[in-house]
Write a protein that binds this ligand. Structure first.
Ligand code: GDP
Ligand code: MG
Length: 164
């Protein structure tokens, strides 16, 4: 039968990785060259139809890593899914390892964002994919700027969510 699912989804990752930009692209189809920094957390919702279900995502966009350690637990409590975002042009890109290991039942995506900046790339797709496979995440490179793979990440999550 057809399922209507509500799914809390959190975005995590370093400040500047493009979390807010990915949400803005997904929810409003827009991109801002100078996206304002997120203070605390912002909330959005967006519905997506997959083959057998309509998924209403309740999206929590958090501030960056500097606050992640203290604030994340309350954001990801009850979350069905998480997108861990890093910037492929940042040499210090650090996936959120502790979250990965502490939430085996969440659908987890690793998004290597800013894929449009190929000439500035510091993290290869191969290393990111290997990390993702080791940790049970699925991996995609995205661009909030060009929209590449943005809907696809959410669509893939929607397909992987447990059905009622
Ligand atoms: P957040 O701190 O993780 O929420 O990151 P933001 O969404 O605020 O983005 C930080 C900066 O990176 C902003 O200036 C964005 O315009 C820029 N940005 C975000 N995503 C992309 C992308 O896919 N490509 C490019 N070229 N810039 C991006
Ligand atoms: Mg932000």
């Amino acid at each position: 039968g057809h399922n209507n699912l509500n799914a809390k989804l959190v975005l995590l990752g370093d400040m500047g990785a493009g979390k807010s930009s990915l949400v803005l692209r997904f929810v409003k189809g827009q991109f801002l060259e100078f996206q304002e920094s997120t203070i605390g957390a912002a909330f959005f919702s967006q519905t997506l139809a997959v083959n057998d279900a309509t998924v209403k995502f309740e999206i929590w966009d958090t501030a960056g890593q500097e606050r992640y350690h203290s604030l994340a637990p309350m954001y990801y409590r009850g979350a069905a899914a998480a997108i861990i975002v890093y910037d492929i042009t940042s040499a210090n890109a650090q996936p959120c390892g502790s979250l990965v290991t502490s939430n085996p039942n969440m659908v987890m995506a690793l998004a290597g964002n800013k894929a449009d900046l190929e000439e500035k790339r510091k993290v290869t797709a191969e290393e990111a994919r290997a990390y993702a496979e080791e940790n049970g995440l699925f991996f995609m490179e995205t661009s909030a700027k060009t929209a590449a793979n943005v809907n696809d990440v959410f669509h893939e999550i929607a397909k992987r969510l447990p059905r009622a």
